[in-house]
Each structure stands twice: as C-alpha cells, then as structure tokens.
Design a protein around this ligand. Structure first.
Ligand SMILES: CC(C)=CCC/C(C)=C/CC/C(C)=C/COP(=O)(O)OP(=O)(O)O
Ligand SMILES: [Zn+2]
Length: 418
C-alpha cells in the first residue's frame, strides 16, 4: 500500500468508522420494537383482532365437543323448512343436503334413519327427475358441484329402495365428458361456468365413486393439475399464476390421489406450504399467506396434510393445537354448530368442514398394503390418548365422506359392476 493510501485508510478507520475509539454501550430502558410491529395495515389490524378474540378462548381448559347441541342442530336441520332468508342458497340445495347428512354421519351414523334416507333421495331425484346429472335446484342447469354434492349425499343413503341403481350413470358420464376442455380442465357448467381445480375434483370424485373413470375422461388431467402447483408449494385454481389457496389445493391434491398420480406432487414444497397455514397464536389454519384463520380450512388444508401423511408417514400440522382451535374457538355455549372463527355465526358449511377437520385432528392416516395408487385404500385410525376426543367416524380425506359408506358405495358400482 502506498504511503498516501495507508494514510487514507488510517483516516477512514479513526475518524469515519471510529475503529480506534472505545465502544460506547447504550443501556436501552424500553425494549426495542421490531420495525415490522410498527407497520400497521388492514391485514395486521384484522389479524390482531382475531388473535385477541382467540387468546382468551384458547387459554385454560380444552373444551369438550358439544355433542348433544350439535345433534339437536343437525336433527332440526334435517326436518325443518328453511326460512326465506336462506333463498341465497337456492342454487346450493344438494350442498345443503350433503353438509347436513354428512355431519350427522360423522357424529352418529345411525341418526340417518330410513325415513331421512328416503327424504334425501326424494329431494335429490326431484331436483333431477332424470336421476343425474344434478343442478343446484329444480329446473336449474346441471352443475358439477351440484352433481358432486348429490352423489356424496346418495352415498350416505345405503341403497335404500334401490336408489343407487337408479342413478343415471350413462347420462352423468356423457355429461362429464362434455365438460372437458381442450386444456384438460373441466368447466363447472355448460354453456357458462368456470374452469379450475374444483371442477376437476368434482368430476373425478363422481366418476371414481360410480366406476365410470375412463382413459378418455382422465387423459391429460394429471398434467393439468401438476401445472397448478405454484412456487409457494400449494396449488392455485388454474395454471395461469393464481395464488396458492387451501380450497383449490385440496381439490388438486385429492384429484391427483384419485388418479393414482401423487408422484407428480412436489411433496416437500406442499408440506412446507401446509405447515405455514397453521398460526402459533390462533392454532387454527388459514387458506393462504397473510390471511385469517378459518375453521373450514381444518378440512381443506387438514385433509391435504392427511393425504401427505398417508403417503409419507409424516405429519405436517400440529393436530392437538388444531383440535384446541376447533373446540375452543369454533364452538360456543350460545349457539349450536361450528363457526369459522369467534365473532362469526355457525352455519352448515362450516359445521360439516370443521367436523371433518376435527376428525382429521384426532386421527392418523395410512394406505392399506401401501396401495398409494388406490384412493379407496386410505385408512384412518384414532390417535392414542387424545384428550376430550369427539370419537368421530373415520373419514376419507380424499372424498370427505365416512370411509365405510364410501367403500360400500364404491363396491356396489365397481366390485359388483352395477
Ligand atoms: C369440492 C369443492 C367444490 C371445493 C371447493 C374448495 C374451495 C375453493 C374452498 C374455498 C372456500 C373459501 C373459504 C373461500 C373463501 O375465499 P376468501 O378469499 O373469501 O377467503 P380467504 O380470505 O380465507 O382466502
Ligand atoms: Zn370458512
């Protein structure tokens, strides 16, 4: 180093950087606030409100499952006429039937007696006198979601009066095929509908349960789904760069399991994304980054985690914490049924998916004989020593139905070739 340069270095060190000076210690009386804490946005304000509401409820004892009030709520729902303010659900009638019947089946299968089964079948066959495909209500165009919910609800009716044999499989098959798009997605309804992973899941769920999955129906579908996994690890609704979301992720992952193509999933990325859905403070799950916890993701994300668990043996969520969010924050002493979060009202959609999420939190998952290519071979067993267990019926995370009824329905169509 030249003399001139060495002087310059000395000057910088001693005068500008202070390296020759004694260090000065400053004792900070107040804790230093992280700069992020000072950044307040609508998102952080909403989140803090939810944390405040949850924290009081989460502290202290783990609540028990309010079985009696839940059964009263569901039994009433299965007999009552819905009030006029529920007309917004006019296009979701098969959904209502599925949510209520499935909740009953998950808590107490015998509560779906023959009278209720006949009522369900009558309701669904009135919506579709051709007995499939099904719209959202009488006189409405056939819709993939209505058909999915109707087939699920019929699977809970145990072939009463031969109703399973009346399902119009040829019409459903031709119609499903007519929904398939050039990019191998399925449109929800013709001529106007959406194409995303929901349509694909509903189509594959129905087709696999009825034993009408053909190469023509499924060609290219796995590749379409594969392209919906985003850099975040979860799945968007479509391959065009949508944000990963719990509902669409469930639909894509369950579809890949139905197709026996779980090999197309980036499992590590998906596991990380699922784990990031659970928040330390609330203990429940969100559907996407920087959004609020919501009880229904206990199923959409919980079931995705259950499928990963069955495949790899690894749990990527804290099930006990999730059970605490559900029992302490999604139910209240004031109103029966499950809700999204404290401050919200219970409804049948959340009641069904929070119950299924609770069943996930209390169970372990694997594939019978390691048959990971067979979606009907998934098994669910009670975890040991679960405090305040609700003792729910084993649920298939792929189909969102009790495993017993699902397998009976599938055997009827596939094993016995009805
Ligand atoms: C079988 C079938 C058809 C499944 C559908 C699955 C699905 C897409 C569920 C999403 C449900 C939901 C809570 C959306 C809300 O989005 P939001 O933006 O209001 O909520 P967020 O803030 O939690 O993201
Ligand atoms: Zn919800």
């Amino acid at each position: 180093m030249s003399n001139k340069n060495s002087k310059r270095v000395q000057y910088i060190n001693s005068n500008l950087l202070g390296r020759k000076r004694e260090p000065i210690e400053i004792v900070q009386e107040e804790p230093i606030e992280l700069i992020m804490k000072e950044l307040e946005t609508e998102t952080t304000i909403d989140r803090n409100e939810v944390i405040d509401m949850c924290q009081d409820l989460l502290e202290g004892e783990l609540s028990s499952f309010h079985r009696d009030s839940m059964m009263q709520y569901l039994n009433y729902a299965s007999t009552a006429q819905f009030p006029p303010q529920m007309t917004a659900l006019d296009a979701s009638q098969p959904w209502m039937v599925y949510w209520i019947a499935n909740s009953l089946a998950t808590v107490k299968p015998s509560s779906i007696d023959d009278e209720l089964k006949r009522k369900i079948v009558n309701k669904l066959f009135t919506i579709s006198p051709e007995k499939g495909p099904f719209g959202g209500g009488s006189g409405q165009l056939p819709h993939i979601a209505g058909t999915y919910a109707a087939i699920n609800a019929l699977s809970l009716c145990d072939n009463i009066d031969g109703c399973w044999d009346e399902i119009n499989k040829p019409a459903i098959y031709d119609w499903l095929l007519s929904l398939k798009q050039p990019d191998n997605s399925f449109i929800t309804c013709n001529p106007v509908g959406e194409t995303d992973t929901r349509g694909t899941y509903c189509a594959l769920s129905v087709a696999s349960m009825l034993g009408i999955m053909t190469d023509e129906l499924t060609a290219g579908v796995a590749e379409y789904l594969e392209s919906c996994q985003t850099y975040e690890g979860g799945y968007g609704g479509t391959p065009v760069g949508d944000e990963a979301h719990g509902g669409y992720t469930f639909c894509a992952v369950a579809s890949l399991f139905i197709l026996g193509r779980s090999d197309l999933i980036d499992i590590e990325g998906l596991m990380e994304w699922c784990s990031a859905r659970q928040y330390n403070e609330e203990m429940g799950l969100s559907g996407r980054n920087n959004k609020l916890v919501d009880g229904c993701y206990s199923f959409w994300v919980g079931a995705t985690a259950a499928m990963i668990e069955a495949l790899t043996g690894v749990e990527c969520l804290d099930k006990s914490a999730l059970q605490r969010y559900i029992l302490n924050c999604c139910q209240s002493d004031e109103r029966p049924g499950f809700r999204d979060k404290p401050g919200k009202s219970p409804d049948f959609y959340h009641t069904n998916y929070v119950l299924l999420g609770l069943a996930y939190a209390e169970s372990s998952f694997s594939f019978k004989d390691s048959r990971t290519d067979n979606p009907f071979a998934i098994t669910s067993t009670q975890r040991k020593n679960v405090e305040n267990s609700a003792n729910l019926i084993p649920i298939s995370p792929i189909y969102g139905l009790p495993i017993d009824s699902l397998n009976k329905f599938h055997d009827h169509f596939v094993t016995h070739k009805k």
